[in-house]
Design a protein. Structure first.
Length: 405
């Protein structure tokens, strides 16, 4: 797609749609990252410890260059919604000499995680992590390179994890866990995400906070098949919402759900990977006096969170017909996904079928064919709040020669 459609209710009623000017950019991202960790095993009395500690550093720099031109005449900008002319002429485009913005994200982290075996039945794990983020964005004139504005957000925060595992049987366990997470503003710089990018309204926002509670069980059955089940609850606070005066940390969300899974071998030749997830994702607070034309308003309270499917499932299985030859196939289901907090727009549910075949020449060399979207189903891999969704690839195949050494 060269442009996204721009639809007003009056135009659509008349069977017309406006073509936007072409959207072009040349973005480059460079990332430097390092993770250094150490694992230590020791005992304190009858308690056996496995401690993992580490430090992490990452620096990501993004430069975004834009283009001038790519406009349409007034006559070509308005198209028949059901039979548009695909051959309209856009004005030539020329890349601007200077970037429209330069963004930088710097993260320094340290963590420690202790897994403790209290007895043959009980295991306990606990961890803590500290992150220090600095996000910057510098906007500049694309013709002269002069700085037009600059925004910065510095945040440091702690997150925690605590869990317990109880061995019901040699082949079955029950576990419970609690964990927190944080998301500072500015991680989406350059992605045109208003609430998450740094700008005048967002540079002083606090990180979004989440805490998750989960209880689950795992059982090993048959030859080597693991069956899992879990229920969970995630509470999000400090959520960023667009209000009439800008973006504020005045939103809350609640996600409740459960998941079922089966992974492993049914027989020595037959493997299966299957799962189902149910998510009840609700906007529990969207801010006082929120702007109904933006992403939050009193009318959206209690509605489903945008971008989250209520039901999703997958099953993938492989079977070794011969010692050297394996075939497989599966299906992937996704429920409809809303594109906006008001739940007005959405992309429909879909089922995608895939298949594969692999031949092993030796333990180090194999040839594999994968076919995705066997039925050439038209579906959408992502949806966005303002006007458009991403069409997923149609039927496609990949032939890969794998060499292991």
């Amino acid at each position: 797609f060269l442009t996204r459609p721009n639809v007003s209710s009056a135009q659509f009623a008349a069977g017309q749609v406006s073509r936007s000017n072409s959207r072009n950019r040349d973005a480059k991202t460079e990332t430097l990252a390092n993770l250094t960790d150490i694992t230590v095993k020791f005992d304190t009395g009858v308690v056996k410890h496995v401690v993992n500690a580490g430090i992490e550093f990452s620096k990501e720099e993004t430069t975004n260059k834009t283009y001038t031109g790519g406009t349409l005449s007034a006559a070509d900008a308005l198209a028949n919604a059901y039979d548009p002319n695909p051959n309209v002429a856009y004005a030539p485009v020329v890349r601007n000499p200077f970037a429209s913005f330069e963004a930088e994200t710097l993260n320094r982290s340290a963590y420690v995680f202790d897994s403790m075996e209290l007895s043959e039945k009980w295991l306990l794990n606990a961890g803590v992590r500290h992150d220090s983020y600095r996000n910057e964005i510098r906007n500049q004139n694309v013709t002269t390179g002069a700085l037009t504005d600059e925004f910065e957000n510095d945040e440091s925060f702690w997150n925690y994890q605590l869990g317990a595992v109880y061995r019901l049987q040699p082949n079955g366990t029950l576990y419970a866990t609690y964990a927190t997470s944080s998301s500072p503003v500015g991680l989406a710089n350059g992605q045109n995400t208003y609430e998450s990018s740094l700008n005048l309204n967002s540079e002083n926002l606090a990180p979004e906070r989440s805490k998750t509670f989960e209880i689950g069980t795992k059982w090993d059955v048959l030859e080597d098949l693991a069956l899992t089940a879990a229920v969970f609850r995630t509470e999000k606070s400090n959520a960023r919402v667009e209000l009439a005066g800008g973006v504020e940390n005045d939103g809350e969300a609640l996600v409740k759900g459960f998941e079922l899974g089966a992974v492993g071998k049914i027989t020595s030749k037959w493997q299966v990977f299957a799962g189902y997830t149910y998510l009840d994702a609700e906007q529990t607070k969207v801010g006082d006096g929120a702007d109904p034309n933006q992403t939050g308003s009193a009318s959206t309270k209690g509605k489903q969170l945008a971008g989250i499917a209520k039901n999703s499932a997958s099953i993938w299985t492989t079977y070794k017909l011969l010692p050297q030859f394996t075939v497989g196939g599966g299906a992937f289901y996704m429920d409809k996904v809303y594109s906006d907090p008001s739940n007005n727009g959405y992309v429909p549910s879909y089922v995608r079928w895939d298949a594969m075949a692999k031949y092993d020449f030796s333990k180090n060399l194999d040839l594999q064919l994968n076919i995705q979207n066997l039925t050439d189903e038209r579906y959408y891999s992502a949806t966005y709040y303002r006007h458009y969704a991403v069409v997923a690839p149609g039927r496609s195949g990949f032939l890969t020669l794998n060499l292991k050494y």
